[in-house]
Ligand binder design. Structure first.
Ligand code: CTP
Ligand code: MG
Length: 574
């Protein structure tokens, strides 16, 4: 909650305005019953028609003015609430963009999306209710009680009984509902997760005939959500009938005792009518307060979830003082690098050391799950090693800014991700200030130019979400072109040729070799893709079990021999 308060600060003037308008509006409203009492007790009793008309006009004017004031208040309130929500959303978005993968892994994408949308919306709603009601209610309560006591101190004794009972009921009910509110938020997360997974994985789900399974999974999450929502609403539904009963009994009591007093001649009819109105206002104020109170826990649950993200510190941060000495050497060194995923028992990368010489190609080979991608992400500083260090151009990467480091690297991730937009825009993602010729060149080197030209709109072809209108190999080549266009000192290809056929791959590799004058790290599973590398690192379950050229490893390394053997069995070695 506290972390969010600072976002309110810029809106202090509009909020003061809301308070001011509320105060004026309340004064108008509180005055009206007194005028009505006068109409009855002075105007009607004395048959003074001009007085009745004059006071009546005043009452109408006051009502109209209180409506105008209320509209102003509502306008300011929505402005503040929507502006506040926008600010928090932006802050949250920027914060999440700065997270390292570790934090993203921890919170989860689905939850981050709910927090940025649903949770903030929740707070926005509550904020506007609080600004609208919670400011009105106390003023109305105090004003109403004050005027009621001033008017009829004896009848006011009824409140001494009615109000505590009302408070007790409200407290009991809300106390039961609060824990359920945070449960609802969690269920929303779950629902979002299931929807997201089943939408992004729709092809796999259909291919494996798992539609009914997914439907069941959704059903469970959906019903779970519904059950909790019903439980909350059942509890909350008790609130208003109980309040209604208390208010009705109080009204009966007021009329009852009022009638007795009128009979005794100590109370006027008009005053009793006004008193009834004040009583109604007091109860209304209580209802408003209880609605506000009811909303606060819901907002608290959301605020907590947002606060959690805002307070999360990215584990990977730029150093305060970056090492200014930057030379374009083109060397990568790993020194005893060990990495363990958050919460995992065993390290996935263990004590790895090797050096990549400038201008040379190093290949990383290993079976799936060996830790190849992890190793590469350590070089990109998506994660920090728990032990050892990574040096790029002789500098520990923790001592340079992440921007500087990544600027040097053209990264082609294993899982291609393209963005909605044209092919050109996607290539430009690699580097914004490139010419069209450079883009065409990059597409040529990446062997993508042919299929791009075949498209009707060439490089202006639109790519759908996640590149769903392209083939796997086409996506891979665009992803390669995106890295090439940066013209970096280093290239990292993480299994980037897996979706290409042999011929295309061989041609592409030849092209890269000729055109790219850079240090290259290439992850591969096929011996054929990596055997020309200057150095091959063989990974097995996170450990380095071999290092050397193809020929050297073929002679000396058992694991390598096995991999070569198994692939030649499949006729894969060219
Ligand atoms: N892993 C994990 N948490 C992650 C990513 C990976 O616990 N966020 C684990 C995986 O379960 C795997 C190991 O880390 O056992 C290594 O994963 P990775 O480096 O991705 O393996 P690769 O060698 O890249 O495997 P592949 O060839 O299939 O890409
Ligand atoms: Mg991998």
């Amino acid at each position: 909650m506290k972390t969010l308060l600072i976002f309110i600060k810029p809106y202090r003037w509009p909020i003061l305005g809301i308070l001011g308008l509320t105060l004026v509006g309340i004064m108008f409203e509180l005055y009206i019953p007194t005028l009505m009492a006068n109409v009855v007790d002075i105007g009607i009793v004395n048959s003074d028609i001009p007085y009745i008309i004059k006071t009546g006009i005043w009452m109408i004017l006051l009502s109209l003015m209180s409506i105008v004031v209320a509209i102003g208040g509502i306008y300011l309130t929505s402005k503040v609430a929507a502006g506040f929500a926008r600010d928090v959303r932006l802050k949250l978005f920027v914060k999440v963009e700065g997270f390292s993968l570790e934090e993203l892994d921890r919170v989860g994408t689905a939850s981050l999306i709910t927090r940025t949308t649903n949770d903030i919306k929740q707070i926005q709603e509550v904020l506007s209710i609080i600004l609208g009601m919670a400011t009105r209610a106390p003023l109305m309560l105090v004003g109403g009680i004050f005027l009621a006591i001033m008017m009829e101190p004896k009848l006011s004794l009824i409140f001494i009984i009615a109000l505590p009972v009302l408070v007790l009921v409200i407290v009991l009910i809300i106390k039961k509902a609060i824990p359920l509110f945070s449960t609802i938020q969690k269920k929303t997360d779950r629902l979002n997760l299931v929807i997201r997974e089943s939408l992004t994985g729709i092809r796999v789900i259909r291919a494996f005939n798992q539609v009914s399974h997914e439907k069941k999974r959704f059903d469970v999450a959906n019903e779970d959500f519904r059950d909790t929502a019903i439980r909350v609403n059942k509890i909350m539904a008790l609130l208003f009938p109980f309040m209604g009963i208390i208010i009705s009994f109080s009204n009966v009591a007021i009329v009852w005792f009022g009638a007795i007093q009128i009979e005794q001649g100590v109370l006027q009819v008009g005053n009793m009518m006004a008193f009834l109105q004040y009583a109604l206002m007091i109860f209304m104020a209580f209802i408003m307060l209880s609605i506000a109170f009811m909303m606060i826990p819901r907002a608290q649950a959301s605020a907590k979830r947002i606060g959690e993200v805002l307070q999360m510190e990215a584990t990977i941060k730029d150093p305060l003082k970056t090492n200014g000495h930057v030379n374009q050497e083109g060397r990568i060194q790993l020194e005893n690098v060990t990495y363990r995923y958050d919460g995992a028992e065993k390290p996935v990368i263990e004590n790895i050391s090797f050096e990549v010489e400038p201008g040379q190609t190093t290949a990383i080979l290993g079976s799936t799950g060996a830790g190849k991608t992890t190793l590469i992400q350590l070089i990109l500083r998506f994660y920090d090693p728990v032990d050892g260090r990574v040096l790029v151009d002789g500098i520990d990467i923790r001592k340079m800014s992440q921007k500087k480091l990544r600027e040097k690297i053209g990264y082609v991730p294993q899982k291609v991700s393209l963005f909605t937009g044209t092919i050109e825009e996607n290539i430009r993602f690699g580097k914004t200030d490139v010419t069209k010729e450079e883009i065409i060149q990059a597409l040529e080197v990446a062997h993508a130019i042919d299929f791009v030209h075949e498209k009707e709109n060439g490089i202006k072809t639109m790519i759908d979400q996640a590149g769903s209108n392209l083939s796997g190999g086409q996506k891979q080549r665009l992803s390669i072109a995106r890295a090439i266009v940066r013209n970096p000192g280093f290239y990292i290809f993480d299994d980037s040729f897996s979706a290409l056929d042999y011929k295309t791959e061989a041609r592409l590799r030849q092209m890269l070799k000729e055109k790219l004058n850079a240090t290259i790290i290439v992850v591969g599973q096929r011996i054929s893709s990596i055997k020309d590398a200057n150095q091959i690192i063989v990974l097995d379950e996170g450990k380095m079990v071999g290092k050397g050229t193809h020929e050297f490893l073929l002679e000396t390394n058992k694991v390598y021999q096995e991999i070569v053997y198994s692939q030649s069995m499949e006729g894969e070695v060219s």
